[in-house]
Design a binder for this molecule. Sequence first.
Ligand SMILES: *Cc1c(COP(=O)(O)O)cnc(C)c1O
Length: 430
Amino acid sequence: MDMELQAMYQALGVGPAVYRYGEAALERLRDRFAAIDRTAEYNQAKVLRAMQENRVNATHFAATTGYGYDDEGRDNLERVYASVFHTEAALVRPQITCGTHALAVALSANLLPGDELLSPVGAPYDTLEEVIGIRPGKCSLREYGVTYAQADLTPEGGFDYEAIRSKINSRTKLVTIQRSKGYATRPSFSVEQIGELTAFCKSVKPDVKVMVDNCYGEFVETREPSDLGADMVVGSLIKNPGGGLAPIGGYICGTKECVERCAYRLSAPGLGQEVGANLGLMPAFYQGLFLAPTVTAGALKGAVFAASLYEGLGFPCVPGAAEDRCDIIQAVTLGSREAMLAFCKGIQAAAPVDSYVTPEPWAMPGYDSEVVMAAGAFVQGSSIELSADGPIRPPYAVYFQGGLTWQHAKLGILMSLQKLAEAGLVKLPE
Ligand SMILES: *Cc1c(COP(=O)(O)O)cnc(C)c1O
């Protein structure tokens, strides 16, 4: 069997030295993988229970068009999401075009002129800079008279509680906490940590609302930030909760008050959640959510495997190979443009779609430096599918994530290492 598998890897382009190095690393990861499977088992049950409680049936998969009034499939999907995230309400729509859009809706719906937004975890995700107006942008919150304050993390990557307290004032209306590191080399936060930070902010100012950018964090743990006091959790359906099947969409789960405002912002005041046809996407949304816990588990195994391989070769990894996971992202600091390109070439070469193309750096809208991306995905830009990307700037870190199956993630990582080895950028142990 082993010889047969090794021959198949060879046929795909992974040589024996890389294969053997990978197998040795895997031996040490058995317990980690077992723990990831247990979390997936719990989350699978959680999603199933939410579907059963809301009596999901075939009528919920019917397509609607036009205004989408009385769209029971859409309305029930929102109840299922609310059950999974233990919130009063949810907005889950194909009309939310991506994660940034979901976050922009949540922010602009819940901040009015004169209000202040606070990030207690340092700079937000790149694309939010223009939404907030940190970088000048048309239609930013800043243009509408919403100001922004930020408390940076401590040098160790922890919360700077004194700085946070000093930044909360009479105008502070909303606190935004990003769960995942995004394109930064800071640590991602556990649900427990986010819960503590949420409680702290509310102890300083009881009526402040807390929104969590939940991108890449869904189903990594058994709890979500909404279980520990967040008023809104927000994310993209072409990441974890879409399970790889959702072709578009975003979600906002939270209190009735917050979600209602988001619905009015997304469609129009007075219309809210009543409009928005599902366009035949309900089977993909329901089934994707059903698969999301196990798909997330496969992606987590890939991340742990990547850290284990690359750390062993001397490349700094965040999180480290032995550390607990708070999201599916694995940052690997490769130290040079050439190594970033080789890594991405390997991920691309392992893809089921577009495996024959070479990733080139480009100026992606919303990002302020060139970005290189490897993705051979069934859904364009989907990063729950195996992908790697990163801004081409020091420290030249790639952010690796996804894999609809663990086996594919494994192949992608081995292939990335193969490309680095072929370019003479890494030396494998004999
Ligand atoms: C992906 C991501 C976003 C933005 O999502 P898009 O779907 O790319 O617009 C925001 N925040 C974090 C932490 C993300 O990972």
